[in-house]
Design a protein around this ligand. Structure first.
Ligand SMILES: [Zn+2]
Length: 180
């Protein structure tokens, strides 16, 4: 199963490389970024729950250097992805959605906010001084939309009947029952 996920990651990385796809970052509007591929992927076979939220996966990243971009937001200079866990559901297309959500974490620079707007979207928020990790800033959903479009084009994932479309705001709502 892990091999299949690694293969999907490779296809996405190749496409992004070949087409010079740009991703969003609060540091620069849009920038060409290679997809990180150097971290181990592990499968989660059973559903995890955290504060009544279903968890579709977890991506671990160590970021040590931060830049202050507003008075309450800090952004990592770069992500250092150390590992990823992906929930394997009975529905492969659903698994792909979880996986692409996690992939979006690898390409979106980590942020820390002083004031979190919606704590429900930050199930693993941890305090770091006065700052709290913000796992799902709007740049995350802009990048998720780009990745989902690529996955659709490559026929790695197809939108389900209830999929609301690629607008970042719609993705926030669609995602809200499985986040991490
Ligand atoms: Zn997430």
């Amino acid at each position: 199963m892990t091999d299949k996920l690694i293969e999907v990651r490779r296809k996405l990385a190749d496409y992004i490389h070949k087409k010079r796809i740009c991703f969003h970052s609060p540091l620069n509007k849009q920038k060409y970024t290679e997809l990180p591929v150097e971290y181990p992927i592990y499968c989660l076979d059973s559903k995890m729950e955290h504060k009544n939220i279903d968890i579709g996966g977890i991506t671990y990243s160590n970021s040590t250097e931060w830049v202050q971009i507003t008075s309450d937001i800090q952004v990592a200079i770069k992500n250092n992805i150390t590992s990823m866990y992906v929930l394997i559901s009975n529905d492969w297309n659903r698994t792909m959605y979880h996986f692409i959500h996690e992939i979006s974490h690898t390409i979106t620079l980590n942020e820390q906010h002083k004031n979190i707007d919606d704590i429900r979207l930050q199930p693993f928020a941890t305090e770091n001084g006065r700052y709290t990790a913000c796992h799902h800033p709007i740049t995350f959903y802009r990048n998720l939309a780009i990745l989902l479009r690529i996955a659709k084009e490559l026929k790695l994932w197809c939108p389900s009947a209830d999929f609301p479309g690629f607008k970042p705001e719609s993705l926030v709502r669609f995602d809200s029952f499985t986040v991490s």
